[in-house]
Design a binder for this molecule. Structure first.
Ligand SMILES: *[C@@H]1O[C@H](CO)[C@@H](O)[C@H](O)[C@H]1NC(C)=O
Ligand SMILES: *[C@@H]1O[C@H](CO)[C@@H](O)[C@H](O)[C@H]1NC(C)=O
Length: 359
C-alpha cells in the first residue's frame, strides 16, 4: 500500500512539474538529421513472420528441428533451422534459421509458458522499471525481460547461430520476431544485433508485446533499430502493460515505435480488419491506446494464427531419442539442437530415420 501511496504523490508532483509535455526525443532528432530508414509495414511479411512466432511455441523439439511440425508449413515451408535453443530451467525457447525466400536469417522467441496466462498478465501491472539499460543515460528496463535475453543461454545460442549462418550465407538480413514476452525478447535481441552488425541489416517485428522500458530507452531503441514494427491486435491487453501514463511519460514505461494496430470494423457479416500504421511516437493515442485493452483472446490470435502452445500448462519438452546426436547440453541442463548447415533438411530427416532404425 505504501508503494502505491508514493506513486500517487509522484504522479501529482509530475502533473505540476511536467506540464510542458515533452515529446519523445527521437522525434525532434529525426526532423533535422539525415533521413533515417523508417520502418515500413509490409502485410505480406507480417503474415509470414506471425507463423514463425507461432511455430516457436511448439514443444516437440524433433518436429521443430526438422521443420515438420503442424505449424511448420504454409508460408514458412522450406525454412532451415540452424539452432534450436532451450533454457530448461526458465522454460525459454528460441530458434535461428535461414528463410531462403526472404533471403534472411529468421530468429524467433517463444512467449511465456506459464500455466495461467491470466496470472502472467496480472503480474504485468506491477512490473517495475528496475534495472538501468547499460551505457544509455536514464534508460531503464524491466529486469525480468532484460535478463530473459541477456542473462540466459539464449543470447550466446542465438549469437553463435547467427555467426554460423553468416559464415555460410554471407551478410544476409536478419529478422527477429516473437509474440508476447517473446516479443520483448525479440526487441532486446534486435538491439543487441543491431549494435553488433549495423542497423541496416536488422529488422524486428513483434506481435502483442508488452512494454519493456522507459521513454529514454524507447528513444535509444528507435535510433538503433529503426526498422521495427510492433503489431498490436484489437483489444489485446498485453501491449497496454506495464502501464503507461501520458502525464508521467518520462518516468513510466513507454513503447518504442512503430506500432501497427489491427482492428475490426463493420457489422455482422461485413466485418473486415483495418491495419493502421501508427505515428512514430511509440504511444500513438489513436492506435491500440484508443481502446480499453482488456482482452486476452485478442492476445492469443494474430492474423488468424494461434499464438500459444498446443497444450497449455507446464513447460513440456518432447524429444525423440533419434535426435540426441544433435543435442548439446550445458552444465545447467540447457539444450542446443544444432545442425550442420551444409546438410539440407531432407538429408537431416533421412539421417534421423537411419539413426532411428539403428536404435
Ligand atoms: C513485402 O515482403 C514480401 C516478402 O518478403 C516481399 O516479397 C515483398 O516484395 C515486400 N513488399 C514490399 C513492397 O516491399
Ligand atoms: C544473471 O544471472 C546470474 C545467475 O543466475 C545472477 O547472479 C546475476 O545477478 C544475473 N544478472 C543480471 C543482470 O540479471
Amino acid at each position: 500500500m505504501e508503494k502505491r501511496g508514493w506513486m500517487i504523490v509522484a504522479i501529482i508532483l509530475c502533473l505540476i512539474i511536467d506540464s510542458s509535455g515533452r515529446e519523445l526525443k527521437v522525434k525532434a532528432k529525426h526532423t533535422h538529421q539525415h533521413h533515417h530508414h523508417i520502418a515500413t509495414y509490409n502485410h505480406t511479411l507480417a503474415r509470414i513472420l506471425v507463423e514463425y512466432a507461432s511455430a516457436v511455441y511448439m514443444s516437440d523439439l524433433t518436429e521443430l528441428f526438422t521443420w515438420t511440425c503442424s505449424r511448420c508449413d504454409h508460408l514458412t515451408k522450406g525454412f532451415e533451422i540452424i539452432d534450436l535453443i532451450i533454457d530448461v530451467k526458465r522454460c525459454l525457447q528460441a530458434f535461428v534459421g535461414v528463410a531462403k525466400d526472404l533471403n534472411a536469417i529468421v530468429i524467433a522467441f517463444r512467449g511465456t509458458q506459464e500455466s495461467s496466462i491470466q496470472n502472467w498478465v496480472e503480474d504485468l501491472y506491477w512490473k517495475q522499471l528496475d534495472i538501468d539499460y547499460p551505457g544509455v543515460d536514464n534508460a531503464m528496463v524491466h529486469h525480468g525481460f532484460y535478463s530473459a535475453y541477456y542473462n540466459t543461454t539464449l543470447r550466446p545460442g542465438v549469437l553463435n547461430a547467427v555467426k554460423e549462418a553468416m559464415d555460410s550465407y554471407g551478410k544476409i538480413n536478419i529478422i527477429v520476431t516473437g509474440h508476447s514476452m517473446g516479443g520483448a525478447m525479440a526487441g532486446f535481441c534486435g538491439l543487441d544485433l543491431s549494435l553488433a552488425l549495423g542497423k541496416q541489416n536488422v529488422q524486428v517485428m513483434t506481435f502483442g508485446q508488452p512494454r519493456i522500458g522507459n521513454a529514454a530507452f524507447a528513444s535509444y531503441y528507435s535510433q538503433v533499430v529503426p526498422n521495427t514494427i510492433r503489431v498490436t491486435n484489437g483489444h489485446d491487453i498485453v501491449p497496454h502493460l506495464p502501464p503507461y501514463y501520458h502525464y508521467f511519460r518520462q518516468k513510466t514505461y513507454h513503447h518504442f515505435p512503430r506500432e501497427v494496430w489491427l482492428y475490426n470494423i463493420g457489422l455482422g457479416s461485413l466485418i473486415y480488419t483495418v491495419e493502421k500504421v501508427c505515428d512514430n511516437s511509440g504511444e500513438d493515442p489513436k492506435c491500440s491506446r484508443s481502446v480499453a485493452g482488456n482482452s486476452i483472446s485478442d492476445h492469443l490470435t494474430y492474423y488468424g494464427v494461434e499464438m500459444r502452445c498446443e497444450t497449455s500448462g507446464t513447460c513440456k519438452i518432447i524429444m525423440d531419442p533419434r535426435i540426441s546426436a544433435f543435442v548439446r547440453k550445458d552444465l545447467d541442463g540447457n539444450l542446443v539442437l544444432s545442425r550442420d548447415l551444409s546438410a539440407p533438411n531432407l538429408k537431416l530427416i533421412t539421417e534421423l530415420d537411419d539413426l532411428g532404425s539403428a536404435l
